[in-house]
Design a protein around this ligand. Sequence first.
Ligand code: HXC
Length: 259
Amino acid sequence: MAYETIVVEIEEGIAILTLNRPAVLNALNDQVFNELADAASTLTADPSVRVVIITGGEKVFAAGADIGQMASATAVDVTTSDKPSHRAFQLIENMPKPVIAAIAGYALGGGCELTLVADVRIAADNAQFGLPEIKLGILPGAGGTQRLPRLIGSGRAKELIFSGDFIKAEEALRIGLVNKVVPADQLFDEAKKMAKRFAARGAVALRMAKSSVNEGLRMDLEAGLQYEHKCFSLLFATEDQKEGMKAFLEKRPAKFQGR
Ligand code: HXC
């Protein structure tokens, strides 16, 4: 996959998608969003890809949406419903396979919001998070006011959104914004280790489990429990369920085929 603002590499079933605009700290413009959307669709359709890692590389995750591009935008420009950021983030969030964000350096504004569409966030100990939009006279408009409160609670989310302050990786861990903090030089090894752990599981069960959590978060509890039950029942139609349980009873590791 040849892109200008991102790099996609696939290795042993794990796709690594790296933001690549170092001169502007990986600021996210429409080209980045469009390329992210294209890559997300392609990786979704590729059954050999089991897990996706999104990163900005060793120095910075992303310093937000491209302020240069936004500065002269009109309300009409911004209100178009198919805006590229929304499309890209939805495609990533709904990918039917695990997505891990591996975050070093700044993850600000739209960059922080991009980490929120991943399933799991691993931060380097030099990572910093923030939603500084309020200081620009706007608000976090790529899901920050919706996904962040769902992840860390509205009180903590509002503090970050209202202040625009940055927090360090350890604080992000304390408030549940990231799953794990690791020394910066171990970030990619840790992300790959986690990706391999996920990739060893059955692809259909992973897909249904992700869907059950994501869809359930959009429903009330009763509807969510019913949806979970449908996903659960469906898995009993898979070979992987038979294999997983047989392997347990035979005291051997399961060999999942993803069907
Ligand atoms: C465009 C950016 C940028 C951004 C940095 N740069 N962030 N360009 N959009 N979001 C550019 C700088 O202009 C500069 O270019 C180069 O990257 C290096 O940045 P510096 O500021 O010189 O680096 P430093 O002093 O280390 O400060 C790092 C920083 C700061 C604290 C991250 O760059 C910063 O505050 N950036 C903006 C963060 C922000 O407000 N993000 C939210 C954006 S709004 P030159 O050419 O001078 O070298 C948003 C809305 C999302 O994300 C919702 C809609 C989709």
